[in-house]
Design a protein around this ligand. Sequence first.
Ligand code: CA
Length: 227
Amino acid sequence: MRLLLVEDEKRMAEALAAILRKENYEVDIMNDGDEGLYAAQSDAYDIMILDVMLPGMSGFEIAKQLRRDGIKTPILMLTAKGELDDKVEGLDSGADDYLTKPFMTKELLARLRALERRYSGVNNDNTLEFGDIELNTDSCMLICKSNGQSVRLKEKEFNIMRHLLINQNKVMERESLAMKIWNYDSEAEYNNVEVYISFTRKKLKFIGAKTQIKSVRGIGYELREGD
Ligand code: CA
């Protein structure tokens, strides 16, 4: 379960993330509104926790923008104590639930589970598609739709393919892939990206897909439909 936590109080965010990670959530933390929106738009999260008062965009604005973009990821909004209007505005903006600060960890976890249950049946977005390929994000299976061949991707290959599919029709920068997959920005990691791109290309070939990962010189990679 991938969770995006947008919270500007860094110590609180870290403490909360530590608890969530113990509960097996894979947590990314963003400390300001603009970064939070960017992360939510450019990555696939299963659930989000948005603080309302943030530097940059507010939690309300982020939720509104995501809903306008058609991103339906469930949102739990954190509001400050006693701000009743916040609750109303939060729900109006597209949040699915809210929790008033300070809150008990137990309650936060219970509400997250409730949100997951509520959306697990509805949200069948466990496949990403482009051209003749389909990636199942639960099973990590890469499928060629035209011939039914499939192969399971290993973790890094899966992450590469998932990022390329989420960012389809644009060039995915090599640096940005390295950051997203290895969480690190260095020359060594760029070489790693190239190695894993070549593994992923082999998997595409193996299933007989026409879709290709094209290198865009000096920038990065993009998916292209073959002919
Ligand atoms: Ca705040």
